[in-house]
Design a protein around this ligand. Structure first.
Ligand SMILES: [Zn+2]
Length: 370
């Protein structure tokens, strides 16, 4: 007869139990220790016990008290189950089901607890993962009229804070170059020349490009100015400014602008964010590529873009970088990339028929600072 190991607990036995073997004999459980043998009563109870209820035990009563025989897990348990009398098998089936159910409940609770603990982390990961998609979606919802309205505001703000040069060869030149670079655009571009000594330019949503007189003074030929203007146009066309505004305002404030709430804090914030905007390195690389594409489409020699960048990098290393050079340390790479990209492009280029000396000579002699 096949026997199975286990541990017996009961009256006059060691409190920690005694190693024992069990056997089925004529439908009765016989338990043997080194010293003694028990034949379990006919009406023994079988139950699932232990941690996770995976252990089977048989209990029966003797005059001196109740005995419990715990069947070892693994092969012993299988031997115990296989030899079991049919009457008891039903019992064990119930015990096994109870064990499985406890195990399931236990696993479920773990899952719930783990879920509660991890939920904020999961939410954050999902949010970070989808943040760009959400932002892209929001930006795609902004109608062009709103963009144009933002552009109007930027023009008004620029006029309020800077002296804008209203006419003359520099204004004509910027407009002429800009129009060649934006043929067919959905925006109605506004080209502004600000009387400011910084070598800078910026673009705003809705097709606003502001070029500082200091930048024009720093160029040697119209193609260099065209390179910067092309880069700024690319930012406007790719909606980088709009994206930056929505990002810094938060979706709620941006939504209120989109819905037509032009009063209040959101607008003030929008203006502030635009003037201090720094685009990501990725956006700058994108604007360089799109700017280059526009120069080529307009048949303007694209080498001016890189040469002007080089010139400025060599000239004042300590000066704060203008917007279109803002993503240090990438600017050396950017100039290199632009140079090799421009060199690979085949001309011929249509020279810009602009008297550049007249443009620079027509600017105010002493540019005002700030
Ligand atoms: Zn830029």
């Amino acid at each position: 007869m096949a026997s199975f190991g286990g541990r017996l607990f009961g009256p006059n036995l060691d409190g920690a139990g005694v190693a024992a073997f069990g056997q089925w004999r004529q439908e009765r459980l016989v338990v043997q220790t080194d010293a003694q043998e028990w034949v379990a009563a006919e009406h023994s109870t079988i139950s699932a016990t232990g941690f996770n209820a995976t252990q089977l035990s048989v209990a029966w009563s003797e005059p001196q008290g109740v005995y419990h025989f715990f069947v070892d897990a693994g092969p012993a348990r299988k031997t115990f189950s296989d030899g079991m009398p049919p009457g008891l098998a039903a019992h064990v089936g119930a015990a096994n089901r109870a064990a499985r159910s406890v195990e399931r409940r236990f696993k479920l609770w773990w899952a719930v607890l783990a879920g509660i603990a991890l939920a904020p982390i999961v939410a954050l990961v999902l949010l970070a993962w989808r943040a760009d998609d959400v932002l892209n979606w929001v930006i795609a919802q902004v109608p062009h009229e709103i963009e144009a309205k933002l552009g109007d505001l930027v023009v008004a703000q620029t006029r309020a804070h800077m002296r804008v040069i209203e006419s003359g060869p520099a204004v004509d030149a910027v407009k002429r170059i800009g129009e060649r670079l934006t043929a067919g655009s959905r925006h109605n571009y506004r080209w502004l020349v600000a009387d400011k000594s910084e070598v800078n330019a910026f673009a705003a949503p809705g097709g606003v490009v502001v070029v500082y007189s200091g930048l024009l003074q720093a160029t040697d030929r119209p193609e260099e100015a065209a390179g910067v203007i092309a880069h700024e146009v690319a930012h406007a066309e790719l909606r980088h400014g709009l994206r930056g505004m929505v990002k810094s305002l938060g979706v709620r404030a941006a939504a209120s602008l989109v819905l037509g709430d032009w009063s209040g804090a959101a607008l003030q914030q929008a203006m502030a964010s635009l003037l201090e905007m720094k685009f990501s390195r990725e956006a700058e690389v994108q604007a360089d590529a799109e700017g280059l594409r526009r120069l080529v489409a307009a048949r303007i020699d694209p080498s001016g873009m890189a040469s002007f960048m080089d010139k400025l990098a060599a000239k004042d290393k300590d000066a704060a970088p203008p917007e279109w050079l803002s993503t240090h340390p990438a600017s050396n790479d950017r100039a290199d990339n632009l140079r090799s990209a421009a060199a690979a492009l085949a001309g011929p280029w249509n020279a810009l028929p602009i008297d550049w000396a007249a443009v620079k000579g027509g600017l105010p002699a002493t540019v005002t600072s700030k």
